[in-house]
Design a protein around this ligand. Structure first.
Ligand code: NAP
Length: 277
């Protein structure tokens, strides 16, 4: 077994967070997981009497985060690994989707994750060690119609992760952005926010996408338990990756995106280099 660590994982009630917590516990690690109800707290703590701790925390309760992390450090122990997993998908055509839904998407997927990182960093910096994993998405590289706010939030978290990694590397702290493809979790089911349709112009482009996502929910290719094993390998690595794709769908789609981007850069290169003084 790799050396035993304390992991703080946001959103351990289902999906990736739950799978990672279970695999980490099986490996002898201690897990502090955040949940959003006392029932979910009891449920999580029943996984292990000695190594599973839950805290009720909504990651958009920004005022509460610093105190919650300080309490965990004092009562459970030093957080070796923070996993910013809590997040959800907003689905809706951008023109149809209120700005309030964009704010909510960014509050959870971006501001919540950043608030958690800001709360653990003073402790990790003092110890000169630590690892932060941010669960982004292949939607942090590729896009499709109907998930503009979600992709925006995951592109943002990818960018923040990469820049932060450069800031904290001198202190022995690693930051890994983990970008899964489609996995069998509650993401496209109970957790997704779907904006109702209102502009028929978008029917042709978007209706098939919405329908396909609903039909695919529960049948996705990716296995969260295998994703958890992959994340534990990254956590155990001496030099953890800055970016980690999970799933063959993510691999294919991101590779296609990068080669299309290279191609477009080549096509427009003369214009690009025409602007220097
Ligand atoms: P999930 O089964 O729906 O799990 C999401 C978890 O996040 C739940 O524990 C949920 O808690 C928690 N959560 C949501 N909003 C929260 C908030 N405001 N504060 C605290 N916790 C909150 O879906 P999942 O797929 O495992 O999602 C985990 C992460 O993976 C997300 O960031 C998601 O965007 C990302 N991801 C998923 C996929 C995929 O295909 N599944 C692909 C790429 C990326 P409650 O039970 O209280 O709602």
């Amino acid at each position: 077994m790799a050396s035993s660590k304390i992991l703080l994982i946001t959103g351990v009630s289902s999906g990736f967070g739950r799978a990672l917590a279970q695999e980490a516990l099986a490996d002898g690690h201690t897990v502090v997981g955040t949940v959003r109800s006392t029932q979910a707290k009891r449920d999580f703590e029943s996984l292990s009497a000695t190594a599973a701790f839950a805290r009720v925390l909504d990651v958009t309760d920004f005022e509460a985060i610093e105190g919650a992390v300080a309490e965990i450090e004092a009562s459970v122990g030093p957080v070796d690994v923070l996993v910013n997993n809590a997040g959800y998908g907003h689905e809706g055509i951008m023109e149809e989707s209120p700005l309030a839904q964009m704010r909510q998407q960014f509050d959870v997927n971006v501001f919540g994750a950043v608030a958690m990182m800001k709360a653990v960093l003073p402790f990790m910096r003092e110890r000169r060690r630590g690892h932060i994993l941010n669960i982004t998405s292949m939607g942090g590289y590729i896009t499709m119609p109907g998930i503009a706010y979600y992709c925006g939030s995951k592109f943002a978290l990818e960018g923040i992760s990469e820049a932060l990694g450069k800031e904290v590397a001198p202190f022995g702290i690693a930051v890994t952005a983990v970008a899964p493809g489609s996995f069998r979790t509650d993401w496209a089911g109970r957790s997704m926010t779907r904006t109702p349709r209102s502009i028929s112009d978008y029917d042709a482009i978007f209706n098939p996408i919405r329908q396909a996502r609903e039909e695919k929910s529960g049948k996705q290719l990716g296995d969260p338990r295998k994703a958890a094993r992959a994340m534990l390998a990254a956590i155990a690595a001496e030099r953890p990756p800055v970016h980690l794709l999970l799933g063959s769908d993510a691999l294919g789609l991101v590779r296609d995106k990068l080669s299309a981007l290279q191609e477009e850069i080549r096509t427009w290169e003369p214009v690009t280099i025409s602007t220097d003084h």
